[in-house]
Design a protein around this ligand. Structure first.
Ligand code: TA6
Length: 292
């Protein structure tokens, strides 16, 4: 099967993790599956391209060095396509870090591995190292950005997690109350609300700014039992996205009804740019814990 050649890790599955498994593609270093004892926890569209011709629609694409399209035409990353370079470039396997406690892989991407046209759009020397670690009930992903250029550069980074959700109408996100957000579906207006739980009842595309909450919770059911706890390292913003009916229909790689089965809760540094000096590195990451 041709898609297998894009896979760094097809089903890491072992006794250590009580048969939790995960799949990571070389393409975008995209984690496409997190299977917890037979239950898939990440959403992957059945219409997603998996052949390296378009960013994977689901799992955990990496957004770097630009989130969305740059709004400022003078930004260094302004010429790049939506969400940047990482999710549409082939990473390489650097190391298998599996030990007695977890299964883990380290993948890398440098400027010499990206297409010529992307390099023209963002002519910077950089290195990304992405480490995916699976333990029973916990998925951890860590990203390190290094500036290998002779001058500083600006970037944004985000982990675009697509959660699989049994019924989006029962979902709630806890920990985002009283935090300002940019509402992309309302002309980028800045809003704030004090409801303890964010519910998804329509097209939702929000950038929560400088979120201080230590643990953000994604509850999958109204009794608040099943769900995820999200812990972030050095990712100050959180994007919450669900395309709802109309946008779903407009996406060629997303089935019309699939918006009912997913939500994106995406930790990132996207409300401004990180400025990284030559030779320096910047680290970020997330730990997602699943509670059955
Ligand atoms: O992270 C949210 C977002 O930027 C939305 O605005 C929406 O467009 C989504 O990402 C998907 O973007 P994509 O380029 O993958 O279609």
């Amino acid at each position: 099967e041709s898609t297998l050649s894009y896979r760094a890790l097809s089903s890491i599955c072992c006794e250590l993790t009580n048969c939790s498994s995960s799949s990571v593609y070389f393409y975008g270093a995209t984690v496409t599956s997190w299977n917890y004892r037979g239950k898939e926890l990440l959403f992957l569209s059945k219409k997603s391209f998996l052949d390296g011709t378009k960013a994977i629609r689901g799992g955990i694409p990496i957004v770097f060095p630009q989130f969305a399209k740059a709004s400022d035409p003078s930004a260094e990353t302004a010429a790049l396509p939506q969400h940047g370079i990482a999710r549409i470039s082939n990473f390489e396997l650097l190391e298998d870090l599996t030990d007695n406690e977890s299964v883990s892989v380290k993948l890398g991407l440098g400027d010499s591995q990206i297409s010529e046209s992307l390099r023209k759009d963002w002519p910077k020397k950089f290195k990304l190292i992405y480490t995916v670690t699976l333990k029973d009930g916990t998925l951890k992903t860590d990203l390190t950005v290094t500036n290998e250029d002779s001058t500083p550069f600006d970037f944004q980074a985000l982990l675009h997690v697509y959660y699989s959700v049994p019924d989006v109408s029962k979902l709630s996100v806890e920990g985002l109350n009283n935090i300002s957000y940019i509402d992309k579906v309302n002309n980028y207006a800045t809003s704030i609300d004090n409801d303890q739980f964010v519910k998804i009842t329509q097209s939702t595309d929000r950038i929560y700014l400088n979120v201080p909450t230590e643990i953000v919770k994604i509850h999958l059911s109204e009794d608040l039992k099943e769900g995820f706890s999200l812990q972030r390292n050095n990712l100050k913003d959180i994007v919450v996205w669900n395309p709802w009916i109309d946008t779903a229909k407009s996406l060629p790689d997303f089935d019309d009804d699939e918006y009912k089965q997913m939500v994106c809760v995406e930790p990132g540094h996207v409300s401004d740019y990180v400025n990284l000096k030559p030779g320096e590195s910047w680290e970020c990451g997330q730990i997602i814990e699943y509670k059955p």
